[in-house]
Design a protein around this ligand. Structure first.
Ligand SMILES: Cc1cc2nc3c(=O)[nH]c(=O)nc-3n(C[C@H](O)[C@H](O)[C@H](O)COP(=O)(O)OP(=O)(O)OC[C@H]3O[C@@H](n4cnc5c(N)ncnc54)[C@H](O)[C@@H]3O)c2cc1C
Length: 464
């Protein structure tokens, strides 16, 4: 049936994969379906025909029992670019999927696996919200990501996005929220503004003392984090991508290009382009080029009273309190408990070796807050915790740009505590700049740091 998707306005037929006469499938949303030659032509516009013919499939393959079946011979084309994506978190996984859907041959590598506990995409849930202060580029990303979360979870028959709505409580300095309203409207992102009285009537179990006003976002909610990363990787493999579980080390850069990757089993891999979406590891791999600070973040789950339905997602939206810095929570999620966390970046840590036990001081601080804002949860027991790390860029903006000394290397990261929701649209953007002549958006580019990647640009207020 040719129905209309109520969210995107696209028909089911438009949402389906495109398959051209060569048997290549494409779902790249920015362009009409393209042949691999067209994709290749866009990737290397200045190359001669003879050079283009020399672009081939991976020359060296590591042993991998998880290698997916090769696509039928009629589907393989020697001329399609081979791109390696290092990192299967929110940014790398979605980038690999979009690259594959646009016709590239893609190998996705991860040292531990998509959404593993030590990655920044690990854990149970993430907030998806659209209030982004004055930072216009994020509104388009959130809008597109909402469409892609909905389309893909439907295609995969796996619920990953829960539309609980979100209460954004402004602080006394509400410049961030005031700047957001016209941009929410401009992008068609539905919201209501509530006075504290209106909010109290709607949610009598929440104490809005000290909150001047509230934005209630309608399409916001939460996403299932580690499960979504696994779903993206599984879809990528089912659609013909290759996933390998290896740590990769970049080889030397010679003559303006990276020569390849060394894998931990002693083999190497060469490709036409490399995307490093290595989360908190990105700065360690490219010191002096990109700076990423890994900060410790503790997340807590409090137990609700027996029989309680009030603090579950049917009666309490996800919420963010921008008064005392930024504290946020997600209720419900399969009776996991009442999630609460402070977004303030913690101490610097190593993502591989940091101890992941919650600290008594962290627990005491959020408990105090919980009692004040959710009085009925006074004395609620701590029933779980997760310790993760943000991967913070100098100005807390995402990063996607070409390596200044290697034209075949792309650096992607800096989610800075708010990258997960936008994995679908940011990955789509990265796939587009890697495969096309489109220039990099300076908002996400490395040029904003000048010659010093640690240069402090003005950080945005509010993460998540
Ligand atoms: C506690 C917490 C709460 C958060 N809350 C929110 C939220 O509510 N909403 C939101 O939108 N965002 C949130 N974020 C931020 C968001 O989760 C991250 O910005 C995003 O997940 C980062 O994804 P990534 O792909 O860049 O990094 P990662 O998920 O860390 O992925 C990087 C991957 O690269 C792999 N890797 C690294 N080096 C190599 C190598 N050399 N070889 C092979 N593999 C390698 C790693 O194994 C890892 O899997 C939160 C983050 C945390 C920690």
């Amino acid at each position: 049936m040719l129905g209309v998707n109520s969210i995107s306005g696209r028909t089911n037929k438009q949402n389906a994969h495109f398959q051209n006469e060569n048997g290549w499938r494409s779902k790249f949303p920015f362009d009409s379906p393209q042949t691999p030659e067209q994709v290749l032509g866009r990737l290397t516009p200045t190359m001669k025909k003879s050079d283009q013919r020399s672009i081939s499939r991976p020359r060296t393959r590591a042993k991998d029992s998880r290698r997916p079946p090769s696509p039928p011979a009629s589907r393989t084309r020697q001329s399609s670019p081979h791109i390696v994506v290092v990192g299967a978190g929110a940014f790398g996984g979605w980038t690999a999927l979009h690259l594959r859907r646009s016709g590239a041959q893609v190998t996705l590598l991860d040292a531990w696996g998509p959404g593993h506990v030590r990655s920044s995409s690990g854990g149970e849930t993430r907030v998806i919200r659209a209030t982004y202060g004055p930072d216009r580029p994020y509104y388009g990303l959130v809008k597109r990501s909402l469409e892609l979360w909905r389309e893909n979870e439907k295609q995969w028959k796996r619920p990953l996005y829960q539309q609980t709505g979100l209460l954004w409580m402004a602080g006394k300095n509400d410049a961030y929220e005031q700047a957001a309203l016209p941009l929410l409207r401009e992008h068609g992102l539905a919201y209501e503004s509530l006075t504290p009285d209106e909010a109290s009537k709607r949610y009598p179990h929440i104490c809005f003392d000290g909150v001047p006003w509230v934005i209630q976002e309608i399409d916001a909610g939460y996403l299932l984090a580690r499960r979504a990363c696994a779903a993206v990787m599984e879809s990528f493999v089912a659609e013909g991508g290759r996933y390998q579980q290896f740590r990769a080390v970049p080889d030397r850069i010679i003559g303006g290009a990276l020569k390849g990757l060394r894998l931990q089993d002693g083999t190497s891999i060469q490709a036409d382009a490399y995307v490093f979406a290595c989360g908190p590891w990105l700065g360690q791999l490219f010191p002096g080029v990109v700076q990423i600070r890994s900060t410790r973040q503790e997340v807590y789950y409090f137990g609700t009273p027996a029989g309680d339905r009030v603090h579950q997602e049917e009666n309490t939206p996800a919420w963010i309190d921008h008064g005392p810095g930024l504290i946020y929570g997600i209720p419900g999620n399969e009776w996991r408990g009442f999630k609460l966390a402070d977004d303030a970046p913690g101490k610097r840590v190593d993502p591989e070796s940091q101890d992941r036990s919650p600290t008594p001081s962290g627990i005491a601080a959020v408990r105090k807050y919980l009692h004040r804002r959710f009085p009925k949860l006074k004395g609620a027991p701590l029933i779980g915790a997760e310790v993760c790390q943000y991967e913070v860029s100098a100005d807390k903006r995402y990063i996607a740009d070409r390596h200044p000394e290697a034209s075949n290397v792309w650096l992607v990261g800096g989610g800075s505590g708010h990258g997960f929701k936008n994995g679908p649209a940011f990955g789509e953007y990265v796939a587009r700049i890697v495969l096309s002549k489109q220039s990099v958006d300076p908002f996400f580019g490395l040029s904003r740091f000048g010659s010093d990647p640690s240069k402090k640009a003005k950080p945005e207020r509010g993460a998540l």
